[in-house]
Write a protein that binds this ligand. Sequence first.
Ligand SMILES: O=c1ccn([C@@H]2O[C@H](COP(=O)(O)OP(=O)(O)O[C@H]3O[C@H](CO)[C@@H](O)[C@H](O)[C@H]3O)[C@@H](O)[C@H]2O)c(=O)[nH]1
Length: 483
Amino acid sequence: MMSSQPSSLHIAFFPYLVHGHMIPTIDMARIFARKGVKASIICTPNNASLFSKTIERDREQGYDISFLTIKFPSAEVGLPEGCEHGNSLYTEEMLTKFHKATTLLQEPLEQLLKEHNPDCLVADMMYPWATEAASSVEIPRLVFHGMSSSARCMFDCLYRYKPHKNVESDFDPFILPGLPDQITMTKLQVPPFIKEENQDAIQIFEAELNCYGVVLNSFYELEPAYIEHYRRVMGRKAWQIGPVSLCNKDNEDKLQRGGLGSIYEQVYCLTWLASKEPNSVLYICFGSRFNFSAVQFLEIAKALESSGVKFIWVVNTGQEMKSDEDNEEWLPEGFEKKMEGKGLIIRGWAPQVLILDQEATGGFMTHCGWNSILEGVAAGVPMITWPLQAEQFCNEKLVTDVLRIGVGVGAQEWTRSHERKILLRKEGIEKAVSRLMVGVEAEDFRKRAEALKEMAGKAIEQGGSSYSDLNALLEELRSIKSG
Ligand SMILES: O=c1ccn([C@@H]2O[C@H](COP(=O)(O)OP(=O)(O)O[C@H]3O[C@H](CO)[C@@H](O)[C@H](O)[C@H]3O)[C@@H](O)[C@H]2O)c(=O)[nH]1
């Protein structure tokens, strides 16, 4: 099945080097390869090795997909050698250095494009300079947005009208003007990079204007009004081709998605989950980056215990637990023993998509990273939303106010990682858990989530909205290629 016809497309995919961006980009590249495209994923060696088994399996099935490796300039910016993954950085200073290193990738990227001659470059939104690199070899550049269309529209509204500037108090809600729904926010929930009009962030969003178009991991039926707004009001040329996670069909792919964690621990967790009643378990995970303080972990643990709900709780995703070195207790004494059979703590990386797929999973407490929301939607699981940073407060509005498939836990404030404070107390967390898992509204949330699951499945099938968008995009790229 390896495509060797001269007329077939060769597309290079260049993900930002954090899991929340690499995972969907790799899925996307695999989807394109299944359409007969030669897919080259540009990645640093250590990151590529995390996904190599998945890619190898696709190659064995005859798909033309491979990595093109690029050296990460860690030493040049003062990061330790081999430090090339955004999730392994613990301080703001390291994050800044990491981002600086990515900006040094433009020249090696141009070299790689010259050597391998792809027909198109799909590069992450975090690389605004990638359009220039693509122009240097005269190919179109598509931006891959890890965000939802609704969040993108909300950010545009905040940039354009600055409604937060007209309110005095940090806590007063204001309306985001000109959007399809009445969305309200407070100043505390607006990302600092928007309030401070950070030039890097402005460049990232303005890069959309100069590129050929934008590919998004979403599907039309999920946020139709925002997709229309994005295309017609904001005037962007955009294709929605998700949920990309649904390209993982077999358990092996789903288990190894992300390339992290112990297989033994993951299989144990799935076996544990399979022994539970349908819709009885709450899955709790805050994505691949964020880590709470020990004091906040304690509040979550106390809330879980007193809610009486069964749970799987992922802590310390991909990072070392900081509280141990601080000598702080992050779980109540004897918690795990007391919770045996009722709750499971995963220290590390969970097989999220497989957990969400299981019948026993009845709810998902999430930080509202877009991949997590979409994976929850694709599995028909209602959510407890606890947004923390990035565009997550916007995603929360979509889940709780527009789609009405979840309840907010009451998060008030955009937060930096590792903040040493309590964001939410036990009582508020417990209330949200009970509302989602056992309350009278739970059935309504679940019904709406089930309906969206069906729509997500249909979107990627032949004739579905994402399937058609992908075909239209490929058609357009072929016609550019043939001049
Ligand atoms: O134990 C874990 C933890 C995470 N995941 C996966 O990791 C991804 C996490 O992505 P996401 O939910 O989007 O969270 P972040 O990693 O925090 O993602 C960053 O990137 C996203 C896409 O741009 C943004 O929406 C988020 O706000 C931003 O924090 C998902 O595919 C999860 O399935 C696992 O499989 N197991």
